[in-house]
Design a protein around this ligand. Structure first.
Ligand SMILES: Nc1ncnc2c1ncn2[C@@H]1O[C@H](COP(=O)(O)OP(=O)(O)OP(=O)(O)O)[C@@H](O)[C@H]1O
Ligand SMILES: [Mg+2]
Length: 604
């Protein structure tokens, strides 16, 4: 029973019922009627011929044939309509569940685990028609397959009236074809690593070709032939794998033919013999011959490739529900009882205490025995090479991950003891890879709502007040939508963070907030940001020293550790790493004038 329940076909039918119980019951009832009707029509025809043969009144038989025939003609299209609806309902049900599975976990490890990628792609894209027909179309293939199998078995069952062995021989013969041709019935190898990886490469090449983001580089670097060639090659590999797996095995086909032929010859020879000897009436001969012939549908029915394809995403979504909950969980969420509100100020003291952290996919720790305290209401700039762990610190502070060792403390309380949602409501950020929402300017600045005055004030602070009116959608492809430049988008992201500060956030994280701004805009906007976030605890991550030097304190991060910490003046005086980096960047702004003297044209 457990094994049956674990099968994806079982999960598929159980989910159909859970998604739309009444429709699912109707679909099954119609499937049964659909399966019984061909045999019933044979019996009705037999009763009409019997009545004619015996000179009896034919009204009853005619009505029987008439009704059976009308229902027989109507049931398939009606069943298709019910199947279409049922398939759509299942799709919607699966999409809802996937949305919950991906958004419910408080952490984000579940979106980064490579072993969940395949299930996630399948669960996300199953209805796009990329991997197979959408569910509402598959339902018809599934219904035909099952209808043929059940119909053949019902036809065979009627033969029990004739003899006990005929239905066993015939149904057994046709059923055996499933077993003999099992290797070729469904592409069983489609879940191997080789196939998955080929699918992933094919999909990626396809997206590179058809989506806008890569369009510039594909043209500039002349990559179009390469992308097309790559897509064709991988797709050909996939088709070859599929063809090899589904190729009919000649020996099996010959064997199946022999078995089926023998079974049919035995039954039809016996029927013919009995008819010739007068042991069977004309009506009986016609009914038995019809149903005996009708048993062939057993061979073409059953679990079809469509069921296999439709059941796979169902199983994927159900698997993801548990695996994502586990992978995206944070430790200690349940016991979160501490209160973070401090009556006097919204700013917090933040302390990274003996903290070690490494991503699950990598054996190398990013931060090791990391210690750093940021007093409440002060700003700290973090500088360091690419990959030093700056963004990782920001993510730990938002509690998107938990450290393996040590802690992040807020006003002396371990983040793990705080309610995640409550903590996050006091933090705001401009992430390095901030999101460009395809929404109105208003929703971009305040996705969860804010008074227009606050939104406009935040836009002004971020230097984004002239970009568009609040209702303009910031994406082409929408009515009246507009495109923004990289720097303009960055101002919008800054406005989003500043609006949150206006609404009460006391901890501000700025990860490369001015990387795309022009030099003039950068200093001007950053001054304003400092003004707007005065009183907050601010962490600024930047490679731009003109911005960094404005922070109260600066920390240099190297190989997961703090190597220098102090004010700009202290670190310059110390002549260490900070000084070297600062001088290196400053020298770029020194030019020679006509007389050959050095001129600092943009003082840092
Ligand atoms: N989601 C992730 N999964 C696995 N490893 C990651 C992940 N994010 C970052 N890393 C790794 O962690 C290290 C630190 O990355 P992080 O993004 O914190 O660097 P950074 O200091 O912000 O660099 P940059 O200046 O380039 O923004 C890098 O070696 C990176 O490869
Ligand atoms: Mg970074």
């Amino acid at each position: 029973m457990k094994q049956l329940q674990a099968r994806q076909e079982h999960q598929f039918f159980a989910s159909l019922y859970r998604a739309a119980p009444a429709l699912a019951v109707t679909w099954w009832a119609m499937l049964i009627v659909r399966s019984v009707l061909p045999a019933l029509l044979a019996v009705a025809t037999g009763s009409l011929i019997g009545a004619l043969d015996n000179g009896e009144p034919i009204t009853g038989s005619l009505v029987f044939v008439g009704i059976t025939f009308i229902v027989f003609s109507m049931i398939v299209p009606l069943h298709q309509v019910v199947g279409l609806n049922l398939g759509s309902r299942l799709s919607a049900w699966l999409s809802d569940r996937l949305m919950v599975a991906t958004t419910a976990p408080p952490g984000m490890g579940h979106l980064e685990r490579p072993e969940l990628t395949h299930d996630l792609t399948m669960a996300r894209d199953f209805d796009l028609g990329i991997m197979g027909p959408p569910l509402h179309i598959s339902m018809d293939f599934i219904a035909s397959g099952l209808g043929r199998l059940f119909g053949g078995l019902v036809a065979a069952a009627i033969l029990f009236n004739y003899s006990w062995w005929a239905p066993l021989v015939l149904a057994g013969g046709w059923l055996s074809t499933h077993w003999m041709l099992r290797e070729s019935a469904v592409w069983r190898d489609r879940n191997t690593d080789e196939v998955r990886s080929a699918q992933r490469h094919a999909e990626y090449a396809y997206r590179l070709a058809v989506d806008a983001p890569a369009a510039k580089e594909i043209r500039l670097f002349g990559l179009a032939p390469w992308v097309i060639d790559r897509f064709v090659t991988v797709r050909t590999t996939l088709f070859d794998l599929q063809r090899n797996a589904t190729r009919l095995r000649e020996r099996s086909v010959a064997g199946a033919l022999v078995v089926v032929l023998a079974a049919n010859v035995a039954v039809f020879w016996s029927l013919g013999n009995d008819a010739a000897n007068g042991q069977l009436s004309l009506a009986a001969v016609i009914v038995y011959m019809s149903v005996a012939a009708g048993t062939f549908t057993i061979a073409f029915g059953g679990w079809s490739w469509a069921l296999d394809g439709a059941a796979a995403p169902v199983a994927a979504v159900l698997r993801l529900e548990s695996s994502m909950a586990e992978a995206g969980a944070l430790s200690g969420t349940a016991s979160a009882t501490a209160v973070i509100r401090r009556p006097d100020s919204v700013a917090r003291e933040i302390r990274f205490h003996d903290l070690s952290f490494g991503y699950e996919s990598s054996s190398r720790p990013v931060l090791e025995n990391f210690d750093l305290t940021i007093p409440a209401g002060t700003s700290l700039a973090i500088v360091g090479q690419n990959g030093a762990g700056k963004t990782t610190l920001a993510k730990l502070l938002c509690r998107l991950y938990d450290p393996q060792h040590g802690s992040v403390e807020v006003d002396g309380v371990d983040l793990r003891d705080l309610d995640v949602a409550e903590w996050r409501s006091t933090v705001t950020a401009v992430f390095q890879d901030f999101v460009r929402y395809e929404l109105s300017l208003r929703d971009n600045v305040a996705p969860s709502g804010a008074p227009d005055e606050e939104i406009l004030a935040a836009l002004l602070e971020a230097g984004a007040d002239q970009l568009a009116d609040l209702d303009t959608v910031l994406a082409k492809g929408y009515f009246g939508g507009i495109d923004l430049s990289g720097g303009q988008w960055q101002r919008i992201a800054l406005a989003r963070a500043l609006c949150a500060v206006r609404l009460g956030a006391g901890v501000v994280l700025l990860d490369e907030p001015t990387a795309q701004l022009d030099v003039r805009g950068e200093s001007e906007i950053f001054e304003r940001i400092l003004g707007a976030t005065r009183g907050c605890t601010t962490i600024l991550i930047s490679h731009r020293f003109s911005t960094v030097r404005l922070a109260d304190r600066i920390c240099v991060l190297e190989h997961g550790k703090v190597v220098e910490l102090g004010t700009h003046d202290e670190l310059i005086a110390a002549s260490g790493r900070y000084r070297t980096m600062f001088d290196l960047q400053a020298s770029r702004f020194i030019e020679l004038d006509e007389e050959g003297d050095e001129v600092v044209y943009e003082k840092l």
